[in-house]
Design a protein around this ligand. Structure first.
Ligand code: UTP
Length: 292
């Protein structure tokens, strides 16, 4: 079955970026001149998925406006002869179809995904967390879709991380699968542990914010017992899923930035600016001039 929908949960509070996120969504913070969430939406489009389902919440209207037509602004730009910019804005709103559903309170990623159930229904779908920006010629999601189409099972993006940082991630225990098409990159997941200490971690393979999930995830998430504060964790839902059907971990190709973290956000900003044809040269010159 084709993957036709990508769910983007954007209802979180973004506490790590306060005060910047007091009155604007974290997902709208820009890396250079593009909001975080647009990088994820462009990855969906480049992977050939035609529809995005946003799980939004209070104070997130800026995201809806960003992906909507802005007739007044377009008219103003056309009047000023800024046709290129006008076309660029139009491209954002015409890239894909967008649907929105609201998570009433940010009760965890598992709960956010469950909120999209009526819009996704009974078909496999993708989930992207816009905190994770992944740069690669072949989009990470597209790589994962290839695995899904071959196996018919859920696929979770994983990455090797330094041992001393495993406690910031969900970590998998898995068995490597021999696979001619992506040698050394595919794992059958046997267990997942949320934020283990380095001593307890079964590996250094960390779960990153890209998932392809089969409809069996709905039951798996519904069966999660809410934790502290009524939160429904995605990891618990995935563990339930593992108990009923195979789930694969895929070590994707590409460079990933954790833009949900301040240091990661700065790294993404510097490296993406350096790679920009319109900015890279001048920015490199400026960085070289710094006495650091
Ligand atoms: P994060 O945990 O990184 O985002 O969730 P957060 O909670 O907003 O940020 P901090 O940790 O307080 O700084 C990853 C993605 O999942 C969404 C967030 O909006 C973010 O894009 N999310 C998280 C929801 O949609 N609902 C939730 O209940 C939790």
């Amino acid at each position: 079955m084709r993957i036709r929908k990508a769910v983007l949960p954007v209802a979180g509070l973004g506490t790590r970026f306060l005060p910047a996120t007091k009155a604007q969504p974290k997902e709208m913070l820009p890396i250079v001149d593009k909001p975080l969430v647009q990088y994820a939406v462009e990855e969906v489009a480049a992977s050939g998925i035609p529809m995005v389902v946003f799980v939004t919440g209070r104070g997130k209207q800026a995201i809806e406006n960003h992906f909507d037509l802005s007739a007044e602004l377009e008219q103003e730009l056309a009047g000023r002869g800024k046709e290129d910019l006008r076309r660029q804005l139009r491209k954002i709103s015409s890239m894909l179809r967008f649907a929105y559903v609201r998570q009433q309170t940010p009760k965890g990623l598992g709960d956010a995904i469950l909120t999209s159930r009526n819009l996704v229904e009974n078909e496999p779908f993708a989930v992207l967390l816009s905190d994770d920006i992944i740069v690669n010629e072949v989009p990470c999601l597209k790589q994962m879709m290839k695995i899904y189409y071959r196996t018919g099972h859920s696929v979770i993006a994983i990455q090797r991380v330094p041992r001393n940082s495993v406690s910031s991630y969900g970590i998998i225990r898995g068995r490597q699968v021999q696979d001619k098409e992506c040698p050394g990159r595919l794992y059958r997941i046997e267990d997942m542990i949320e934020k283990p200490s380095p001593a307890d971690a079964p590996s250094n393979l960390a779960v990153i914010g890209r998932y392809i999930l089969t409809p069996a995830i709905w039951k798996a998430l519904s069966n999660v017992v809410p934790g502290a504060g009524g939160e429904i964790q995605l990891t618990d839902g995935l563990k339930n899923l593992l108990a009923t059907e195979p789930v694969y971990g895929y070590v994707f190709e590409g460079k990933r930035y954790d833009a949900g973290d301040k240091l990661g956000f700065l790294q993404a900003t510097v490296e993406i600016a350096l790679a920009r044809p319109d900015l890279g040269k001048a920015f490199r010159k400026y960085l070289r001039s710094l006495k650091i």
